[in-house]
Ligand binder design. Structure first.
Ligand SMILES: Cc1cc2nc3c(=O)[nH]c(=O)nc-3n(C[C@H](O)[C@H](O)[C@H](O)COP(=O)(O)OP(=O)(O)OC[C@H]3O[C@@H](n4cnc5c(N)ncnc54)[C@H](O)[C@@H]3O)c2cc1C
Length: 527
């Protein structure tokens, strides 16, 4: 029996990212992955600015950019087209550049298997992570002191024991099922095809549009469900998602035929892969049961509309990692681990219901009440409006934990995915990057534990917070500067930043009782 701090079931991108983050914090981890080779389906391609911040912290953002399959200056974003690609009615949305100012890194786009290769290479450098590739987890159990996983390869069985077990074993998670965690959500009852194909002819057809990475076709008869193409490279490889009619006698053939329907003309292509997924949003009712947690697709799945899947999973990993590390090292109480499920679950529910289901319903309403008809120019304007509405909604994706016990948020605050991007430092929100007088970006000075940023703040206020942290063994970096330039936009003198770069507390003076604040944030018993 081998013993670890964390046993991670599932070595997809989320499980490996969790192992990496925990490993860099010095925790001993095992990762169990039943596959020996990566899947070469180019899913989860768009990594958000926020996700790239994680890669920067892990020391592999340059490797990530080097692994791209599109040139660096290729416009990441979407073209929305009415009916089919030749209709002449389309709009090219501004992309994530709208919110670039609020993040320290730029977004990138690359096939998921390349992202996974980059993470795996970094994991291989850490001696405190054991990987069990080719092993399948077959049972999970826990008691008051530990949790364990039985793994199997051929007819050999082994048991791995850990302080905690994390299931990042995908949508059909064994860990979730063994832990008795139920799922809720919405099933739209559609079967959707994913086709990966090569076609130089199709690439030429896209020359009528500005250079973008995805092309969404809003066809009136699809009632808001998407047909969309995505680029894998800038030459001839693409993927295509489309709902397949329920009565199609040969769904694979129907899926391939839909490429030409969406393109508006017959397209010759070489098919590399055809798969299917169910159009449903599902989310685990709890992400924690005792010493067992779920993360990534094991906790939540949804259609790849908007490209949230992998990004949400990576954020789960980062959110859970610092909390496990803090509890394992004894500077946080077990109650801190209870904040993982509401923080991440509430964000996901908003993504599923307000963004993804919201887009489907918005498009359905528009398509059922508008058509080019007699006045095509008027329709084009209305279409551009609805297409831009999509972009606006996308830029309201600002996950925040205002209602979390691990944050000193506003009274009545709630966690969610929808918010406003601003430079103002707000408890529960991601810290925006600013330049310091030294020329460094504040992100380059954040510690691996908590960070207290003092901007023209009284020494006594900084000392009051730092002294309690020292007494409780909480790792705290202190960054001092003035309130000039961009730093004034934080609109506060003191900012306490969590290890995941979310703001825990802000103030102009020290809190009335710094000890009570720290204990509450970290789930420690009262003094
Ligand atoms: C067709 C498709 C297209 C997608 N497109 C996008 C997109 O455009 N943008 C986006 O952001 N996301 C997209 N996604 C979602 C994205 O790919 C997932 O969110 C992401 O893969 C989640 O990572 P994960 O590590 O949680 O799960 P997975 O990638 O599913 O990894 C789980 C791992 O666990 C392993 N495993 C399972 N059971 C066991 C067991 N019992 N023992 C050992 N190992 C086990 C599996 O082999 C697998 O490697 C898409 C998904 C699909 C299916």
């Amino acid at each position: 029996m081998e013993e670890y701090n964390a046993v991670i079931v599932g070595g997809g991108p989320v499980g490996m990212a969790l192992a990496l983050d925990l490993g860099l914090r010095g925790q001993r981890c095992a990762v169990v992955e039943k596959r020996t080779e990566l899947s070469l389906i180019p899913k989860g391609q768009g990594l958000s600015q926020r996700s790239v911040e994680h890669f920067w912290r892990w020391g592999i953002s340059d490797e990530l950019r080097a692994a791209r399959s599109l040139p660096g200056d290729f416009g990441i974003g979407q073209v929305t087209v009415y009916d089919q690609l030749q209709s002449g009615i389309w709009d090219a949305l501004p992309g994530r550049e709208l919110i670039q100012r609020y993040y320290f890194q730029k977004n990138v786009r690359l096939p998921q298997y390349r992202t996974e290769e980059v993470i795996r290479r970094r994991v291989a450098q850490l001696p405190n992570i054991d990987t069990f590739f080719g092993w399948t987890a077959v049972d999970v159990a826990q008691d008051d002191r530990s949790a364990s996983v039985v793994i199997e390869r051929a007819s050999t069985k082994r048991t791995l024991t850990g302080d905690y077990v994390i299931g990042s074993d995908g949508g059909r998670s064994l860990v979730r099922e063994n832990a008795g965690i139920a799922r809720g959500g919405t099933d739209f009852g559609e079967l959707v095809a994913l086709v990966v194909f090569r076609s130089a002819e199709f690439n030429a057809l896209l020359e009528q549009f500005p250079k973008r990475t995805t092309y969404r076709v809003m066809a009136p008869d699809l009632q808001g469900y998407w047909m969309f193409f995505g680029r894998v490279d800038d030459e001839d490889q693409f993927f295509f998602h489309a709902p397949v009619p329920a009565d199609a006698p040969d769904p694979e053939r129907a899926a391939v035929e839909l490429i030409s329907v969406a393109a508006g003309e017959q397209v010759a292509c070489e098919i590399e892969h055809i798969g299917f997924w169910d159009l449903r949003v599902s989310v685990a009712e709890d992400y924690r049961v005792g010493r067992i947690f779920v993360a990534g697709d094991a906790a939540h799945t949804h259609p790849p509309y908007g490209g949230f899947g992998l990004n949400n999973g990576l954020e789960d990993a980062v959110n859970l990692s610092w909390k496990l590390d803090a509890v394992l090292r004894g500077w946080a109480g077990d109650a801190l681990l209870d904040t993982y499920s509401p923080e991440r679950g509430d964000v996901f529910r908003d993504v599923g219901e307000k963004l993804i289901a919201g887009w489907i319903l918005d498009d359905r309403r528009f398509l059922s009440t508008h058509a080019p008809g007699e006045d095509p120019d008027e329709f084009k304007k209305e279409f551009a409006e609805v297409s831009r509405g999509f972009g606006k909604r996308l830029s309201t994706f600002e996950p925040n934990y205002e209602g979390s016990a691990a944050v000193a948020g506003p009274a009545g605050g709630r966690n969610g995915a929808i918010g406003t991007h601003t430079m103002t430092a707000r408890a529960g929100h991601h810290l925006s990057p600013v330049q310091l007088t030294s020329g460094e970006n504040v992100f380059e000075t954040l510690g691996t534990g908590f960070t207290l940023i003092g901007l023209d703040a009284d020494d006594s206020a900084v000392t009051a917070i730092a002294d309690v942290a020292r007494a409780l063994g909480i790792p705290l970096a202190v960054v001092r500067d003035d309130r000039r330039g961009e730093r004034a936009e934080y609109a506060t003198r003191l900012i306490l930043v969590r290890p995941d770069q979310f703001v825990a507390w802000t103030g102009d003076t020290a809190p009335d009782d710094a000890g009570t604040m720290w204990r509450r944030l970290l789930g420690l018993p009262r003094a």
